[in-house]
Design a protein around this ligand. Sequence first.
Ligand SMILES: *Cc1c(COP(=O)(O)O)cnc(C)c1O
Length: 238
Amino acid sequence: MNHRNIINRVQENVERVRRRIAEAALRGGRDGRNIRMVAVTKYLLPDDPRIEALFKAGCDELGESRPQHLISKVEAFSDQPIQWHMIGHLQRNKVRKVLPLVSTIQSVDSLRLARAIDRIAREESLRPHVLLEVNISGDSAKHGFAPSEIRPALDEMADLSTVRVRGLMAMAGLQADQETTREQFTRLRDLFDSLREDLPENVEMEELSMGMSRDFEIAVELGATIVRIGTVLFEGTE
Ligand SMILES: *Cc1c(COP(=O)(O)O)cnc(C)c1O
């Protein structure tokens, strides 16, 4: 595919996803303008023209799941006004490198990681935004807190004064069909709502990051404020 066709195709894909988000929001009785799409670039090398196509399509929030890939893309696109999201498992020994580069770490999956982020943020005078990752599927391969661990974890995090907890993030199970996905997202939304009703100290429950290419419409209907989309943005560009 030539360069121009790739750019056009990605642009069309982005517009189609935005429309589908707006329609799903309507079905859920929500305002689609309050829903942000993080475009996931983890499949692409930094020099891939499809990343440039995302910029042309107005995507300014991008997600990466591996620290090393994040670092090389941040470097490659330092001239672009991008907010980067870390969406994959983060080892504590990578926190110092990643922290200054991202707008949000969506994948805080343990108290030890939260404490490491707080310690390093204090040293670096940063106030990182984070989401707590919830394992809503129970898949043992998935990272994240069990739903029942979230409230106690937030209470323990009350004295991590640099960290701004902005909400929750989750993925549906790998094997989940539509109905199961809907159940899992509904449980996460209910947890989110119950935390908002009785907000733990030092916590803002504003962001609910759920929904990927195969299930973002369900997520939007059920209350997602952030969807993280990769595959469908690059359809037809191989
Ligand atoms: C890869 C990834 C996505 C995007 O998945 P697609 O199916 O390609 O849309 C979203 N969230 C996380 C945490 C991911 O690792």
